[in-house]
Write a protein that binds this ligand. Sequence first.
Ligand code: PLP
Length: 393
Amino acid sequence: MNINQNYLNLKDNYLFAEIARKVKEFKAANPDKDIIRLGIGDVTLPLAPVVVDAMKNAAIEMGDAKTFRGYDDNQGYDFLKSSVAGYYAKKGVSIDENEIFICDGAKSDTANILDIFGADNAVVIPDPVYPVYADTNIMVGREASFIDGNIGNTFLPMPDTNVKFDIVYLCSPNNPTGAVYNKEQLKIWVDYANSIDAIILFDSAYEAYVCDDNLPTSIFQIEGAKKCAIEFCSLSKTAGFTGTRCGYTIVPQSLVRNEVGLNKLWRRRQGTKFNGVSYIVQRGAEAVFSEEGQNQTKEGIAYYMQNAKIISDALSKLGIWYSGGKNSPYIWLKCPNGLSSWEFFDLLLTKANVVGTPGAGFGANGEGFFRLTSFGDKDNIIEAMKRITDILK
Ligand code: PLP
């Protein structure tokens, strides 16, 4: 018996473990210090009341023989697909319900989608970005190449037309940089992908944070995208579903390669390897898209965005370069005084008792940068930025 040797090529996932170790050690040596955590990429506000009610009612239905549900179509219930299609219609995007696949979150689908692509594809991944894209390619034995995000391109890499590839990941708003592509930039990506027959895997997990109406929240708002893109989205950051689990993937019917529809391939893949999202959760997700659900979840997002403004205003006053924080819950800053990501982490932990995430954990280009998140309590964020200002001013 042999293991999948590709797994041995993965780097240890030490970023959050190392943060936890350092915080624990500091806390043990300084038990009286009050540590504020601005490092986590997890939401902190509870589910909206309308979502909780919908899930309670669904649970009651499941306990009654007349309304009990067992296995269903693994692609998701019609009521939820119809809600998702309605949500896209409001963005000016027409999506057919059979192009929507309900899933348990964007992580699984951005990873699993690799099942339908040949092993010999050339894959391009932005750096820095959500580490799952690179790791899942390593797991299937594929060495991806990276495109550089940096201050020069405001962490929004554009295609190098001398470089051909088959698959590119785009994440907008980006984790960790908070950078958001505008329509013109995405149009360049779409046109280039179509010209070389490549596929764009577009991760829009943070689309609900885009406040600027001129910025795109879906790749399908760009003409030509239905011929070259798959979109992954999730209710995790939109509606606090990180622990509830529900997302959706859009595979257009017009996305065809080697004369085969990718929608059909993905349906076939899911039919064999996935048995759907719980009925109770799908009812909760449906409630997110109701008018009341939209109002309640938008309140939560507004709360986080207010936090983001507190953080970005403090950084502006300190004269520190940053991106994000305007259409994204993440603020990506350049470590002051030439400090490395981990040096800045240590400084903030020991002198301000604030925890953030070292940028180096998101790719080579993250070295020298640092991620703060707006998920958390407003008063804590005000206090954290006061402490950071005190040590840096
Ligand atoms: N995509 C990006 C860019 C993320 O940052 C995350 C989570 O942090 C995910 C996807 C995964 O989200 P989900 O909870 O939907 O699996």
